[in-house]
Design a protein around this ligand. Structure first.
Ligand code: PG9
Length: 623
């Protein structure tokens, strides 16, 4: 360890940096700076020291701002998106880059707490990710010569949450933050739960990887007959999450314990919900999110929505695109099988991200985002909006009729649609075999773009369709509003909005393809509140209403809109026993029972999706 004044510092030359670029697959012809690399142990207000790597362009003439990324993934290597790998356009612009290991991770002292709750900032001794960011800036300003007195924070996913925390009660020198795919509430809609349904594979895998040691560990489901075990069989044979942990033979890890003991949205989780603190943000925020983010789709959307009412200075910006988790670091022109024609990640990094930091940290010109930039799928073009959803976006009911058809007009004939959901034979969320989340051969990254025909013939998946006669533009939030009953006393509902491509599509890979544009799960026991789980009375018709997130998509004429409803999405989500038990994490084998779910379509129980149409009257023929 050396101090930040440069004593004992090593120089990273441009060739090393080029190597880093190369590893990302990015063809970079020019590298602009050599860097002086130093390390420091930065003292926090409670005496704990955090390990940081500081990279200063060796050719710098004028003072430069700090661009800081705090992370639980280690700052020594180039893994998990340290600046050069994930953000070459920013690296080219010249900043003093700082990467810092958060408490308890890699070379930092202290204890790691998964998505550490916000502390009371009136207490001078309290620490959280916001105070650690503050203390880091304070130390850097005083100890790293050549800075211009300004700092910005950037990060994706966990580091995105850390960037957002740096903007809450920020250090006065912190001038802007860009939280990208931040987890904003790990219970409500990000990594660990969605609307109360537990993300079993993710919760198991990620916690094991992060909490088994100070560094990141591998997760493996083992082998059977010489082949890797399919995660579907692995979790099905184990039953409840409690049983799963028992059989894994692993020691009890702190966040697993939270899952077991706090399955509902109590203060354990709400204290980790960053959205509850966003009225305290006083710096410009550039939130970035993917329409196909398999981990933190909810975070950036809810962050933007929570900040918007307090945005008097118009400094709350949003960028959305058809990316999987963090995929704006790539310059790919496609996601899975879906082609976009242009390297949208590169355009975002060059035209928006680099300009945002240039503007707020160096007073450079060129940042011209008014509010939102969204890459609209279907039409495959960048759109700019003064607000999201834009003016003209109209929530329009798409009704689920009894005959398997959808209709834009009111339902005339009362009807019901029923299916039986059996926890012994749950619907897979992606095609099998299913590897551990981040393991070798895992198709976790692109599962949200998988062709849904792989489950379309199952009897426990209900389907509705409508042909698209004229191009339909949907921009805004999609809401599911489902009237349903069950023969059980608890249950889950999964609703998927799908764009089905025509059988003669010009791209052979896309012929008949069922591409989800929106999808989400809701756990029935939370119908009266996420902190108030309760049994549903068998046979009662109840209204279940929840968000399927934002969309910006053109359903083209000649395509078909499809809605699928099912009650399992396994093993990403644990199985609901469908019999009410106080804690699903500890359910017993006898609790898991098949149930028949009935969806109603009539005047008083109008099951539908609210689709945010931009050209409602024209496209729907003014019904
Ligand atoms: N999505 C990851 C994560 C963040 C926070 C909690 C759990 C997981 C990540 O990629 O950082």
């Amino acid at each position: 360890t050396v101090d930040a004044s440069g004593r004992g510092a090593s120089v990273i030359n441009s060739r090393d940096v080029t190597e880093v670029f190369k590893r990302t697959g990015e063809a970079v012809k020019h590298v602009f700076h050599d860097y002086v690399r130093t390390e420091a142990m930065i003292p926090m207000r409670d005496g704990v020291k955090l390990h940081a790597v500081i990279l200063k362009p060796s050719d710098m003439k004028d003072p430069l701002p700090f661009l800081i990324q705090r992370t639980p993934y280690g700052v020594d290597g180039t893994s998990r998106g340290f600046f050069f790998a994930a953000r070459p356009e920013l690296a080219r612009d010249g900043y003093i880059y700082v990467g810092e290991d958060i408490r308890g991770r890699f070379k930092s002292e202290g204890e790691f707490v998964m998505s550490r709750p916000m502390a009371d900032h009136k207490d001078p001794k309290a620490v959280d990710e916001s105070t650690d960011a503050y203390d880091t800036v304070e130390w850097l300003l005083k100890n790293v010569p050549g800075n211009n007195g300004r700092a910005g924070f950037v990060g994706t996913s966990y580091p995105g949450f850390l960037a957002m925390a740096a903007g809450i009660d920020p250090h006065p020198a912190t001038k802007c933050v860009s939280p990208q795919a931040p987890m904003i509430d790990v219970w409500m809609g990000d990594d660990f739960f969605h609307n109360g349904a537990f993300r079993q594979t993710y919760g198991y895998d990620y916690v094991k990887a992060m909490e088994s040691s100070k560094e990141t560990s591998e997760v493996d489901y083992g082998k059977k007959d010489g082949k890797p075990v399919d995660g579907y069989d692995y979790f099905l044979s184990r039953g409840s999450f409690e049983e799963d942990l028992k059989q894994s033979g692993s020691k009890e890890l702190p966040t697993w314990k939270l899952f077991l003991e706090h399955p509902a949205y109590d203060s354990t989780w709400s204290s980790r919900g960053v959205e509850h603190h966003l009225n305290e943000v006083q710096v410009p925020v550039l939130s970035v999110g993917g329409y196909y983010d398999q981990e933190d789709m909810w975070g950036p959307q809810s962050e933007y929505n929570s900040l918007e009412p307090h945005d008097d200075k118009h400094e709350n910006f949003l960028v959305l695109g058809p990316w999987r988790h963090g995929y704006w670091s790539s310059s790919s022109r496609h996601l899975g099988n879906v082609q976009y024609g242009e390297p949208i990640g590169k355009e975002f990094r060059r035209d928006i991200e680099a300009k945002f930091f240039g503007h707020y940290l160096k007073d450079e010109s060129g940042f011209n985002l008014e509010d939102t930039a969204s890459f609209q799928t279907g039409s495959n073009k960048w759109m700019r909006y003064g607000h999201f959803p834009p003016e003209g976006s109209q929530p329009t009911a798409l009704h689920l009729r009894g005959d398997g058809n959808l209709s834009w007009g009111d339902v005339k004939t009362p009807a019901k649609t029923a299916y039986t959901s059996d926890p012994a034979n749950p619907v897979p969320y992606r095609h099998r075999p299913i590897q551990p989340t981040y393991g070798e051969g895992s198709e976790w990254f692109n599962w949200l773009t998988e062709d849904q025909r792989f489950v379309a013939d199952r009897k426990d998946v209900a389907t509705w369709k409508i042909p698209v006669k004229k191009d339909l533009v949907a921009t805004g939030e999609v809401i599911a509003d489902i009237f349903a009953s069950t023969t059980g006393t608890d249950g889950d509902l999964v609703v998927k909005l799908i764009d089905q491509y025509p059988d003669d599509d010009s791209d052979p890979k896309m012929r008949g393809y069922q591409l989800m544009t929106n999808e989400e799960i809701f756990r029935g026991r939370y119908i009266d509140g996420f902190n108030r789980p309760r049994a549903i009375r068998a046979g009662d018709i109840r209204e279940f209403k929840w968000s399927l997130h934002d969309v910006d998509h053109v359903f083209k004429a000649g395509h078909t809109i499809v809605v699928q409803v099912q009650s399992t999405w396994f093993p990403l989500y644990d199985r609901n026993p469908q019999t009410y038990v106080p804690n699903i994490m500890t359910a017993k084998p006898a609790d898991y029972k098949a149930a028949t779910i009935t969806i109603y379509s009539d005047k008083d129980h109008d099951s539908s999706l609210q689709v945010p149409l931009m050209n409602q009257c024209d496209a729907v023929e003014c019904f």
